[in-house]
Design a protein around this ligand. Structure first.
Ligand code: KG4
Ligand code: ZN
Length: 356
């Protein structure tokens, strides 16, 4: 089955074509247009995002078809992100996909954006398939999941305040770095001294036990405040320029250490030897390295961390086409009434009745 995926939930307009069946899905093409205009506002402006999607969506779909050397008539089905995200932005993709599916007479399926992130890495490496522990870390979400099978997920933990990417972006702003700030912090942190600012690890201490409500959850607002205080102190001392890299390093180490420890706890609790990462923060090489170090220490040499390639980590339609292929193979179909939602629970969540 050849699936055209469409993604427009935030500030990337993207289209992709995935070919094959669930077991051997291959990526034929991927087009992504990032809306750089938001950088000057220091964050995504929803109205501007919707209008930019409207301008871009036609050419982006054409580009994906051209790259795959296919015609519209070669498409067997369409998958589109319909939640969660900016509603006005989502509606552009959903409306376009509905119109195209009706015109071509092919089935349509709505895809949950975070399930897309869960599937992304499997397009890079077919071994990134369940059972695994998953950490999804993007600008809007931080989710820790156990995936027993595709479509069968248990939500173990989440952030209680800022998402991991949001924390990177806010700290970047405090340090005078451009938006989105994650990759700028990563670059600056390389030059930083890890011992100079040792921020405490949020919601992480040895006394926590499985079953405690803070065992898997994370929180970053306290860490953000600690960074703010360090920035103010350096400003007052006139040393901010010299301290920026050290503060970036201290922040990144604390955040990464917490995420790795909580994810490895989940892998231990469910006896999983695979961790799959997804979302923009999974671009961070220090996060992947620390995750692998902690997982190997806890589970031994056979345990592997799978991280998506850079273009599949951040928002893209390839992951939407891949997750859509899974849903279509299960017989799921959207009606002409498919709508867009700002938030929606991940599909396939099982209840906590069978905790480890
Ligand atoms: O998944 P994504 O592209 O969009 C959302 O669905 O939100 O994630 C974007 C987030 C931003 O907060 C950005 O700062 C962060 O991913 N990010 C990074 C890195 N690259 C992107 N965070 C840390 N290190 C990076 N190298
Ligand atoms: Zn995303």
């Amino acid at each position: 089955m050849r699936v055209l995926g469409i993604e427009s939930s935030c500030d990337e307009t993207s289209a992709a074509i995935v070919d094959g069946d669930g077991a051997s899905a291959t990526l034929r093409s991927l087009a992504i247009l990032s809306q750089d205009v938001h950088a000057i506002f220091g964050g995504v402006v929803p109205e501007i995002a919707s209008r930019a999607h409207l301008t871009a969506i036609g050419p982006v779909v054409s580009h994906a078809l051209r790259e795959a050397q296919l015609e519209l008539s070669d498409i067997d089905a369409i998958a589109v992100t319909n939640a969660p995200g900016l509603v006005g932005a989502l509606l552009v993709g959903v409306s376009y996909a509905k119109g195209l599916a009706a015109t071509l007479g092919v089935p349509l399926v709505g895809v949950h954006h975070m399930e897309g992130h869960l599937f992304a890495t499997s397009l890079d490496d077919a071994h990134a398939e369940p059972p695994f522990t998953a950490l999804l870390v993007s600008g809007g979400h931080t989710l820790l999941l156990d995936a027993a099978a595709w479509g069968e997920y248990r939500l173990l933990g989440a952030t209680r305040d800022d998402a991991a990417g949001e924390a990177f972006d806010k700290v970047a702003k405090l340090l005078g770095l451009p938006y989105p700030g994650g990759r700028h912090i990563e670059r600056l942190a390389i030059e930083g001294d890890p011992k100079r600012h040792r921020f405490s690890r949020p919601m992480l201490h040895g006394g926590q036990r499985l079953g405690d409500d803070d065992f898997f959850d994370v929180s970053f607002s306290g860490l953000k405040t600690a960074v703010l205080l360090a920035v103010r102190a350096a400003e007052a001392a006139g040393t901010l320029e010299a301290e920026r890299a050290h503060i970036a390093r201290g922040f990144q180490d604390a955040l990464i250490d917490t995420l790795a420890a909580k994810t490895v706890r989940a892998a231990q609790a469910f006896g999983r030897n695979k961790i799959v990462l997804g979302g923009g923060v999974a671009c961070n090489r220090a996060l992947v390295a620390e995750m692998q170090r902690q997982l190997t220490r806890a589970r031994g040499k056979t345990a592997t961390v799978f991280a998506p390639s850079l273009r599949l980590a951040t928002d893209n339609a390839a992951m939407i086409a891949r997750a859509g292929l899974f849903r279509l193979e299960r017989g799921e179909r959207a009606t002409a009434g498919l709508n867009a939602f700002a938030s929606q629970p991940l599909p396939g969540l099982v209840t906590a009745a069978t905790n480890p």
